[in-house]
Design a protein around this ligand. Structure first.
Ligand code: PLP
Ligand code: SF4
Length: 447
């Protein structure tokens, strides 16, 4: 196998040149990719095309669906508008304008993340940081605002398509540091993106050295949100800065801090190649721990066997299963989403099939506006069928770990679709949540 040093990226401009695309896809399928990739991000690379996708299985191959736009990801009406515009040879400018119009109808910022989570220091908003849960600050580093490939279901998609004003970025580690210095309640800094490990070792060092050199005792854990292990494991083996990157992890650990990979794996196929196994060993040899999280998505990983296999394979390879998420209500949500009931059954059946050390996983979890809501069960209480819910993270920490109940609903696929059980008017947190939202709105209008 070839030890790639650099990826070859494919996007809407050059995907027709991929030999497997030419050989396997029909004219209609290729046109559909062209139409959708004008609106939603499309990016893949040679590792995925050559080693993860089984082209014999296309169009049903999960890795293909994970990366290549699918016709049904857009509504009939949206698809037709863009298809007609392309066939009418409209200019790039006109196509972009139409694309932005359509994107605005696809709920680009679910969970109020734009408005509410950007923190301030001395009255100035620090774009590029998010601070929603007390202990953990997210850093959206400038150079991490893309990935080695784009997942078709991604809720971060507005960051990749360059809509004005929608890109979180931090260009100064200094600003992050000033914020961290005064927020001693923070224990974790989670670098995210995009993909935090799209950054080169040099870029990453700017942020890491800032934290380490300042000797911030309260920062205990440095986390990296990343799908690089799935999409570009060569990053840790043969890429020009592979060794330097591993040294950064070692350096953090020498400073007495924990390095946590928040790795994103959707399917055991992503753990099957020799190169990803080598990369896992290299990373674990630095002392870093790897945890894994993924949403449940129709067409990609919607059976309990897929999940049981994924978790079992992870544990065998030294990865700690962490979160199973509910597909978020954004982008091509209709194509990927499953009812909460179904997602819960998938979790439950998979959970029964694995040993105790694999049951470190929590799920299904909705990462929603008020917090991370865990569906812990479906019960019948006093004759009423209900979802048992609890917050594993709350915008107000007092909400965490307090059981609450929603009326069972066969169709609901997100928190907003749920109604309180037992005749209650609203969930226990709603009054306070509305107040927080209103106050944040007022602040934004006046700032
Ligand atoms: C998920 C998430 C975190 C991290 O939560 P953990 O439960 O600590 O892994 C932090 N901030 C935001 C905004 C999140 O959505
Ligand atoms: S790797 Fe993560 S951030 Fe990047 S496209 Fe996939 S889900 Fe989105």
């Amino acid at each position: 196998m070839q030890a790639y040093r650099k990826p070859t990226f494919y996007s809407s401009y050059n995907f027709k040149k991929i030999p497997q695309v030419e050989a396997r896809l029909s004219k209609d399928e290729i046109f559909a990719i062209e139409v959708i990739s004008k609106i939603l991000p499309f990016k893949t690379n040679n590792y995925i095309v050559d080693q993860l996708i089984n082209w014999e299985n296309v169009p049903n191959d999960p890795m293909y669906i994970l990366n290549f736009p699918q016709r049904e990801m857009l509504s009939e009406a949206h698809f037709k508008r863009m298809a007609d515009a392309i066939l009418a040879n409209q200019s790039d400018k006109e196509l972009d304008f139409l694309a932005n119009q359509i994107r605005m109808q696809l709920n680009p910022h679910p969970g109020g993340q734009m408005e509410l989570n950007v923190p301030s220091l001395n009255g100035k908003r620090i774009e590029g940081l998010q601070h929603k849960y007390a202990e953990t600050v997210l850093s959206f580093a400038t150079y991490a605002q893309t990935c080695h490939a784009h997942c078709t279901f991604c809720f971060r998609w507005p960051q990749f398509v360059q809509m004005d004003g929608y890109k979180f970025a931090i260009d100064e580690a200094r600003l992050m540091l000033e914020y961290l210095k005064v927020h001693t309640e923070v224990t974790d800094v989670l670098f995210t993106g995009g993909d935090s490990l799209f950054m080169t070792a040099d870029q990453l060092s700017i942020y890491i050295d800032a934290i380490l050199d300042a000797n911030l005792e309260h920062i205990r854990n440095i986390r990296f949100g990343t799908k690089t292990l799935s999409y570009w494991p060569y990053r840790f083996i043969s890429q020009f800065d592979a060794e330097n990157t591993l040294e950064i992890f070692q350096k953090i650990i020498r400073h007495g801090k924990h390095v946590a990979f928040m790795a994103h794996f959707n399917h055991a196929i992503e753990l099957s190649t020799p190169i990803v196994k080598d990369a896992l060993i290299k990373i674990r040899n630095t002392g870093a721990e790897i945890r894994s999280q993924s949403p449940v998505m129709k067409h990609i990983n919607d059976t309990s066997d897929i999940w049981a296999d994924l978790w079992k394979e992870q544990v065998r390879l030294g990865i700690i299963p962490y979160y199973m998420f509910v597909a978020r209500d954004t982008g091509a949500h209709d194509y990927f989403s499953l009812p909460l009931n179904r997602t819960f059954q998938i979790f439950n059946e998979a959970y029964k099939k694995v040993s105790g050390i694999t049951r470190s996983v929590r799920g299904p979890v909705m990462s929603a506006g008020p917090g991370k809501v865990h569906i812990t069960g479906i019960s019948e209480i006093m004759g009423e069928k209900v979802f048992n819910l609890t917050f594993v993270q709350g915008r107000n920490p007092d909400w965490v770990n307090k059981p609450f109940y929603a009326k069972f609903d066969e169709e609901a696929d997100w928190l907003e679709g749920l109604k309180p059980a037992f005749g209650e008017k609203e969930f226990f947190y709603e009054k306070e949540y509305k107040k927080i939202m209103n106050e944040a709105d007022k602040l934004l209008i006046h700032s």
